[in-house]
Ligand binder design. Structure first.
Ligand SMILES: [Zn+2]
Length: 535
């Protein structure tokens, strides 16, 4: 490759020779400066002691990796007062002392590492003809300059999970600039307080009500205004209410059982008055109505003491028919005798599978198919429909027979429903909640307090915070209220000021994404570098 095609090597070097191979270009170069200075005494020298070569990887050229072979001189220092006898020349803008790559390649690989993490950056670097191992990429990123962030004034402090439930760190978000201001590897009071002391410009701190951060702010930035996070407060309130609901489980079970029994009884009554389920059944009943009326008359006359012949004469019936009807317990159903059906040999099998709980006609048809029966699935479906209508089928909750049984809501849902207007809740849940409120007045009181707190926090009511706390102290939410006793100002600020830890949650999501890309291998410093550098 001719020299003129390589105008892009660092400007302090002069190209001497170029060796181009299909994959690699080797450039032999020498420094342009002629009189280097001694690093100890700054005296210039041109007394050459010897030469040596430094090999540096550089930016790629036309898809080929480029190696710089820089021929450097070792020079004698002629200053008799200087402690150094010799020194080597180093072109300052090309590479750091002892580095194996040029500065500009180092920068590029560092940015790949910051953007992608070790292994993906190494793979891409290979494609870009600037190969580096994952460990090298990570080492370069880790050794990079500490990110410089502007001193924040309003911050949010929140925790983030190294591993959920096991190990947590702290994230500090600059709420005015909406960027992560810093990342701490733990959530210790002293670490957070120390960070605040190093950043004295912080005036407002939004945080959750975790005592760790409250104490840290009081220690590290005693003048700062505390703002409790509304979302965290509401979540804590919800948890407190759920706990209260959980402690009333006996009452809840009893109310639920009573309501369930009532519904089942009502449903049975409804069923007994229900019209026949299908159009076919309705037509059959209509057809048989005159006969059924005559049957009723027979029974009536018989009850009044009339003889069989008398009844037959009176109703214009055959005597045998009258006798037959009187012998039976109930009215005959006048059904035609069942015709033989292709399914008959498998009825015992189907009944058994049905009683075992297999109610899926398609599945049953497949089973019959496996048994060698060549039966159209439609026939099996008709059988299953008939079987379902025959009743006595408690599992069949979705079909025509029985209504889907009501299931009382779980603890979390009860806590939520209790906070809404019982009249607005549809169906059995509404009845259940209304009854629960009557049966467990303590719970109703707690729910009302929760509603008041939420309204207060959203600025929808002007109730003073201390008043609410005083009311809550004598309720089942007293533990939640006690925890807030020291945080009155924080809650008032949460209502009055626009700040919250919401933006921190977004930044934590970004942090999680980066953390997962790195598979947790690269350590905290790398994570911090990547989070703070890729904003
Ligand atoms: Zn010197």
């Amino acid at each position: 490759m001719p020299k003129r095609l390589l105008p892009f090597i660092p400007p302090s070097l002069r190209v001497v020779a170029v060796t181009a191979k299909p994959e690699h270009v080797m450039v032999l170069a020498v420094p342009r400066s002629t009189e280097p200075c001694c690093p100890a005494c700054s005296n210039r020298s041109h007394s050459v002691h010897g030469t040596y070569e430094r090999h540096l990887a550089d930016l790629p050229c036309q898809g080929r990796s480029v190696g710089l072979c820089v021929r450097l001189r070792r020079l004698r220092c002629r200053n008799p007062a200087c402690p150094r006898r010799t020194f080597s020349e180093t072109p300052p803008d090309v590479a750091a002392p002892h580095a194996r790559r040029s500065r500009r390649l180092h920068d590029l690989q560092r940015h790949l590492g910051l953007a992608l993490g070790g292994a993906p950056a190494a793979r891409l670097a290979h494609r870009l003809a600037i190969p580096a191992s994952p460990s090298t990429v990570l080492r370069i990123v880790r050794a990079g300059p500490a990110p410089v962030a502007l001193p924040p004034r309003v911050i949010a402090i929140d925790e983030w999970a190294w591993r959920r439930g096991h190990r947590y760190g702290t994230v500090i978000v600059d709420l005015e600039r909406r960027v992560i201001a810093d990342l701490l590897p733990d959530r210790e009071t002293e670490a957070v307080a120390g960070w605040l002391r190093r950043h004295p410009g912080v005036e407002i701190v939004a945080r959750d009500r975790a005592e760790v951060y409250g104490e840290a702010v009081r220690l590290g930035a005693p003048e700062a205004v505390h703002v409790l996070d509304r979302w965290h407060l509401l979540r804590n309130l919800g948890e407190a209410l759920q706990e209260a609901v959980g402690s009333e489980h006996a009452v809840i079970r009893s109310v639920a059982r009573t309501l369930g029994d009532e519904r089942a009884a009502a449903h049975r009554t409804e069923q007994s008055h229900a019209r026949p389920a299908t159009a076919v059944d309705r037509r059959r009943l209509a057809r048989h109505a005159p006969r059924r009326a005559r049957h009723a008359e027979v029974l009536q006359l018989h009850g009044a003491g009339a003889s069989v012949s008398g009844i037959a004469r009176h109703l214009d019936l055959d005597r045998k028919t009258v006798r037959c009807w009187l012998r039976r317990d109930g009215p005959p159903n006048w059904a035609k005798p069942a015709r033989p059906c292709i399914i008959d040999p498998y009825r015992a099998y189907l009944d058994q599978r049905w009683s075992e709980g297999c109610r899926n006609a398609a599945a049953l048809a497949r089973e019959l198919d496996r048994l060698g029966a060549r039966i159209n699935p439609r026939v099996v479906r008709a059988w299953a429909t008939a079987r379902r209508r025959a009743g006595g089928d408690t599992l069949d909750v979705g079909g025509q027979g029985l209504a889907r049984p009501w299931k009382p809501p779980g603890t979390r849902r009860i806590a939520r429903l209790l906070q809404s207007d019982a009249e607005g809740i549809a169906g059995a849940d509404g009845v259940f909640i209304a009854r629960l409120r009557r049966t467990a007045p303590k719970l109703a009181n707690a729910a009302d307090l929760a509603v008041r707190f939420a309204r207060m926090l959203r600025g929808q009511s002007s109730e003073p915070v201390p008043d609410w706390l005083a009311a809550a102290r004598s309720s089942v939410l007293k533990r939640f209220a006690a925890g807030l006793q020291r945080e009155v100002a924080g809650i008032e600020n949460a209502i009055a000021l626009p700040w919250s830890t919401g933006p921190a949650e977004g930044e934590i999501s970004r942090l999680k994404t980066i953390k997962r890309q790195m598979y947790g291998r690269a350590g905290f410093e790398l994570l911090r570098q990547r989070v703070l550098n890729t904003v």
